[in-house]
Design a protein around this ligand. Structure first.
Ligand code: 8YV
Length: 313
């Protein structure tokens, strides 16, 4: 039997690639020197796309694949996939929810601790031999501080659980109010920023949340405030954030995500009050194995005409 042909948008770990290559004919778009020519060459036979959260799949790409049946996304965020095009053309879409939630929440808390307690700076302080001459400057406490969570989905709830254990009062803002949560709902983002010492963004990306963290929100968070972003770069107005960090409008930021990844704005690189992560919140061996398995299981279910495990549409 001939193997179904799939288009991979970006690299996956070897354990996934080996498995995919034994079940499918895999076309690696990221390795093609001329993307358009490659798509003209293989596009007619491609029945599935295996993509990643931050790469997605555009309408233009899907249109170049006339036999496309399914887009399987290695990631929970589907904001970079043109879902309305997929829906209109009967293309199924799957993602990898749940398996990465706890890891992303862990990094949210880790970044907060790293920024407030200046853990990377302290490490450098010891390595540079400066400890021998003087004690390090004092840093900011985390436990007991007021936390505002922007976006109370699966990841927001896990961040809240963790910081509640740090005795932090938790408040949150979201488009919809969840009545069954034991945290204060604040229906106005500006009010949440004003009352919070730490603001943690866990929203989904997309047009409705684009630049929701703007200059006014950062001003409201204030000079003692810390911003953590583990959502999408698009949720933050990056020019406003850089200005806020450069002029001490806020105290600091911990960022896993950016506009224009991986070629981030170089102004971040010279700032002392920001901790940077390479979009790696779900990047543990355990979680990436579970994400890859879910991508593969969704594809296998589709080609066996079984129900999809985690359908988006
Ligand atoms: C992954 C993500 O880093 O889940 C998402 O939406 O963006 C991340 O977990 C990414 O999809 C892996 O390439």
């Amino acid at each position: 039997m001939t193997k179904p042909e799939i288009l991979m948008m970006g690299p996956y770990p070897t354990w996934d690639l080996e498995d995919l290559e034994s079940n499918y004919t895999v076309h690696k778009l990221w390795e093609a020197p001329d993307r358009a020519a490659f798509l003209r060459q293989v596009g007619d036979n491609v029945r599935a796309i295996a993509t990643r959260g931050e790469i997605g799949a555009s309408a233009e790409l899907m249109t170049a694949l006339p036999r496309l049946e399914i887009v399987s996304c290695y990631g929970v965020g589907t904001d970079a996939i043109d879902l309305s095009h997929a829906k209109a053309n009967g293309i199924r879409v799957t993602n990898t929810p749940n398996v990465l939630t706890a890891d992303v929440a862990d990094i949210g808390v880790g970044l907060l601790l790293a920024v407030a307690r200046q853990i990377p700076q302290a490490d450098k302080y010891v390595r540079d031999g400066r400890w021998r001459n003087a004690n390090m400057r004092l840093v900011t406490r985390v436990h007991g501080k007021k936390v505002g969570i922007v976006g109370m989905g699966r990841i927001g709830v896990e961040v809240a659980k963790r910081l509640a254990a740090f005795d932090c009062p938790i408040a949150h803002f979201d488009i919809a109010q969840w009545d069954d949560l034991p945290y204060t709902f604040v229906p106005d983002l500006m009010a949440l920023a004003e009352q919070s010492e730490f603001l943690i963004v866990t929203l989904a990306g997309g047009a409705s949340t684009q630049k929701i963290i703007n200059a006014d929100v950062l001003q409201a968070l204030g000079r003692d405030g810390i911003l953590i972003n583990i959502s999408r770069g698009s949720t933050v107005d990056e020019a406003a954030l850089l200005d806020a960090l450069e002029h001490n409008i806020i105290k600091g930021a911990g960022l896993d995500v950016f506009w224009n990844e991986p070629n981030i704005d170089e102004r971040f690189l010279t700032l002392e009050n920001v901790i940077l992560q390479p979009h790696h919140a779900s990047g543990t061996v355990e979680t990436r194995q579970a994400m890859g398995k879910l991508v593969r299981d969704n594809l296998a279910a589709h080609f066996a005409q079984q129900p999809l495990l985690t359908p988006v549409i």
